[in-house]
Design a protein around this ligand. Structure first.
Ligand code: UT7
Length: 336
């Protein structure tokens, strides 16, 4: 029996910084509201005309992760790419990564689990490695939200939160089963699918032909809709539930956590979980203040930053946890 270990991490964010004051020039919002409700001070938004896309940002993060893993790109056996903002409606960006990195024709899988996407992707990769099927898997979370947001006052409840960026990890086979990914825990509750959703284009609701035919400038179905307070209330419950589930499965308690990396949905959510689980500041890493909510990219970006800052050391217990659209949520318990 094998286990899987994160052997390389990398992230990439576009250089264009958008502050809360910048947003107040586009819509009726202000720095005080955004900081008080979300903790966000600024985010990165890809500039129009830039070469950055969900796939190319993923590739940039992946190159760093592969380099740090100390392997050749051709040792990658499989690619898993998590995003809700693919370059194309189909195919997903996994195949673009295979091509851009000029890796031999390995499999590439796309994960559509929004904010939980990276945890789901990691779980898949972990299990492919544990069964002995693959040795090195590239796992990417990348999002380009900014081109798809309603940047008018109508969309302010959603658009001020989201940012662009990418993070990547290389998962490698590890024989010492006391190390690496100890377990992952995944959940969903589809009855709340429409509480955080982009409806169009979609076969079940409004397909491209409808949108083109109607050509309605007030059509909001291709912008994200979020029932913010409802999502918030569910998030705080599910986050702590799924962290505790993971800890209990490994006979651990919150005291054992060296580093919790919560999906960066809202600083208030992370602070709520921290308090509920009685964790001290050193046990939790947040960077939403600088990047906003980058959905599937938020955990790998934060994990990479925490690791780069020396906050994660050999033998540490690292916990990843996410909640988002679907609803979907999940956790990963890792012995570094
Ligand atoms: O990552 C995926 C999971 N997502 C989340 O976990 C997000 C969870 N939800 C949240 O983080 C919060 O609900 C938000 C930050 C999205 C919103 O905060 P809120 O405290 O729930 O505000 P609200 O939506 O209840 O709006 C309160 C007021 C409203 O005005 P009235 O009706 O009280 O006059 C909004 O119109 O704030 C207004 N508002 C804004 N004002 C200034 C909404 N957005 C803005 C804005 N700037 N950007």
């Amino acid at each position: 029996m094998y286990t899987s270990k994160i052997t390389g991490l990398g992230y990439y964010v576009p250089e264009n910084v958008v502050t809360n004051d910048d947003l107040s020039k586009l819509m009726d919002t202000n720095d005080a509201w955004i900081q008080e409700r979300t903790g966000i001070k600024e985010r990165r938004w890809v500039k129009t005309g830039s070469d950055d896309t969900t796939a190319t940002m993923g590739v940039k993060a992946a190159k760093i992760a592969i380099d740090r893993a100390g392997i050749d790109k051709d040792e990658i056996d499989f690619i898993v790419f998590a995003t809700l903002s693919p370059d194309y409606y189909f195919p997903g960006p996994g195949v673009q990564v295979q091509h851009a990195l000029d890796i031999k024709t390995v499999g590439a899988l796309d994960v559509r689990n929004q904010c939980s996407g990276f945890v789901y992707a990691l779980s898949l990769a972990d299990n492919y490695i544990k069964t002995g099927m693959y040795k090195h898997i590239l796992v990417i979370g990348s999002e380009l939200h900014s081109h798809g947001l309603d940047k008018t006052t109508r969309g302010r409840g959603v658009s001020v939160i989201f940012g662009d960026g990418a993070g990547a990890a290389v998962l490698s086979r590890e024989e010492d089963t006391s190390k690496g990914i100890l377990s992952t825990h995944l959940h969903s509750q589809g009855e709340f699918a429409e509480e955080l959703v982009v409806k169009a284009p979609g076969m079940g609701t409004r397909w491209v032909t409808d949108i083109m035919q109607e050509n309605d400038p007030n059509d909001e179905s291709y912008f994200p809709y979020m029932n913010g307070q409802f999502v918030f209330k569910n998030a705080v419950v599910r986050f702590s539930e799924v962290i505790n589930e993971g800890l209990q499965a490994n006979n651990l308690t919150a005291n054992d956590i060296d580093m919790l990396i919560p999906h960066q949905a809202n600083l208030r959510i992370a602070q709520f979980i921290q308090k509920k689980m009685r964790l001290i500041d050193e046990q939790v890493y947040n960077n939403i203040q600088r990047y906003g909510n980058t959905t599937a990219a938020s955990i790998p970006i934060a994990l990479t930053e925490a690791w780069e800052a020396g906050k994660i050391k050999d033998g540490d217990l690292v916990v990843l946890a996410a909640f988002g659209s679907g609803f979907t949520w999940g956790s990963a318990i890792i012995r570094w």
